[in-house]
Design a binder for this molecule. Sequence first.
Ligand code: LLP
Length: 466
Amino acid sequence: MSTTHEAGWAHAPGGLRGPNWLQPPTDPNALVASLWSSTAHKEDGDLVVGGVAVADLVAEHNTPAYVLDEADFRARAQAFRDAFADYDVYYAGKAFLCTSVARWVAEEGLSLDVCSPGELTIALRAQFDPARIGYHGNNKTHPELRRAVASGVGRIVVDSFAEIERLAQITEELDLVQGVMVRVTAGVEAHTHEYIATAHEDQKFGFSITSGDAFDAVRRVEAAPGLRLLGLHSHIGSQIFDASGFEVAARRVLRLHARVGDELGVTMPEMDLGGGFGIAYTTQDDPSEPARLASEMTKIVQDECRGLEIEVPRLSIEPGRAIVGPSMCTVYTVGTVKPVALDGGAVRTYVSVDGGMSDNIRTALYDADYSCTIAARASAAPPVLARVVGKHCEAGDIVVRDEFLPADVAPGDLLAVPGTGAYCRSMASNYNHALRPPVIAVRDGETRVLLRRETEDDLLATDVGA
Ligand code: LLP
């Protein structure tokens, strides 16, 4: 059944409008350029990224696949490096990391933030200079810390009193001195999804400034002979557009920085302001350019330092999503198209693809919105409001909650979702024993597999039950 009228959604009886922000496109084949990597465009309906037609890439590598636009990734890394020229820019590897990407990060002159033994392993395998690695985590084990110290990691961001004790002991045993930053909680409610806000009091990260724990942690680091106190670290959350949360946090952190100077007589040389810069997933989002972010952040810090009569410390930031997020898209094959009648006579078109929450959990986990386009043909059909879903065994397995697709979308069509570079492959799972898709870099008409597709042998390799 279908209620699609040939004049389009607006004329369809009981036609669904979708969310207010989503306008039916005049041409459902066209890309919304701001949501795609810089080289992405359409040629007669064929999506081309990095000079490679996605249909050709799929003919060789199949779907689902993550397609990484190398030139776009490098350009975004460069943009942060240049805009924040007086800062150290740490690429947050949790957004997406593999050996090649760690090398690109090094080649573009950025430092690297890791937060697990696995991420450290990848970084070291890429021969990333350990002195330019920052190590995060709220529950780092003794062996994990020992390895980080022994590897020569430049800074470890401590997050608990237990960790400070562990590090003090490890540095004594190894007779090494370790650079340390103290993760603080600024008591700010960042305007983002609750699960990715990290500076309010009632969550697991950091030492509270309000309770006095942060000052105490600084004192303990300072007192440990093997620990070199570099400074304070504040990260208020992720996918943030509004500078006000950041401004409040920076003020509170700088006041603590000044207090440490006054009361302990210690001038901490550095300060990290975290990552979290939002990107455009849909036309609702309007992210700032790195240059604007840099001038706003620098002004906030300079003004506050002037007021406190302190020197501006060496600043660093940790963008992940804003570098890799827009650089990747995910390509799927449509398997089924099912018009579903809703109360009131409206119809929602469910388009099932050959992936889902195992390759992009963000829609289910954070109510994230995405967009998509058919990638290998032009269509003259009018737009219908579609919901793109995966092939997993639950109703919340949604990839794109609302998008207008041509009404003739059909099994076999390729469908591409932009903005999937950050926290999609890195949070991918084997739910339902799905095989995680490959990451394929495209550049100047060439493709290169960075991560291969998993195979059933990979699944069986860990299943030792025989
Ligand atoms: N620094 C620290 C200490 C962090 O915890 C994070 C992200 C970042 C930097 C990088 O934030 P970014 O610039 O990428 O926003 N899985 C969630 C995001 C979790 C962010 C975790 N920490 C998502 O998919 O939205």
